[in-house]
Design a protein around this ligand. Structure first.
Ligand SMILES: [Zn+2]
Length: 140
């Protein structure tokens, strides 16, 4: 192979690896980037759907109860269902009443919404279960 062909191939490989790994497609880039590093590939695509789902949520109300921020949310085209999600500013605890986390073990769009509203860049460690972790290091 001549040098320029080699270079071309190298650039192509670089381009492919950038596209398959690091290009962030949601508007919550830091959160998505963190998700690519902690989650296994299989579950990442499901998590990403939840991150994308943030775009269809509206905030109805936001209240502060001591150190907990309580968000009331609704989904676009589904205004009759109100979902309560919260963030503990002293505990960094994100929670939601929709039970997706309990069922599947990864964050729901409402939790990602709260992360967006609170300017969080990374998912709290406790909320990323070992069974979904790419590194499988931290305890469940
Ligand atoms: Zn939820």
């Amino acid at each position: 192979m001549v040098a320029h062909e080699y270079r071309h191939k190298e650039l192509l490989l670089q381009f492919q690896s950038i596209n398959s790994v690091s290009v962030m497609t949601t508007c919550l880039k830091s959160i998505e980037r963190h998700a690519t590093t902690v989650y296994t590939r299989e579950v990442f695509w499901d998590v990403k759907k939840e991150i994308e789902g943030v775009g269809a949520l509206n905030q109805i109300n936001k209240r502060r109860i001591l150190n907990t921020m309580v968000y009331t949310l609704e989904e676009y085209e589904n205004p009759n269902v109100h979902i309560i999600a919260s963030f503990g500013r002293s505990t960094s605890k994100v929670s939601c009443q929709c039970n997706l986390w309990k069922k599947y073990g990864y964050l729901c769009k409402h939790m990602f919404f709260v992360m967006k509203a609170e300017h969080l860049k990374e998912m709290p460690d406790k909320l990323v279960l070992r069974r979904w972790r790419a590194d499988a290091k931290s305890p469940e």
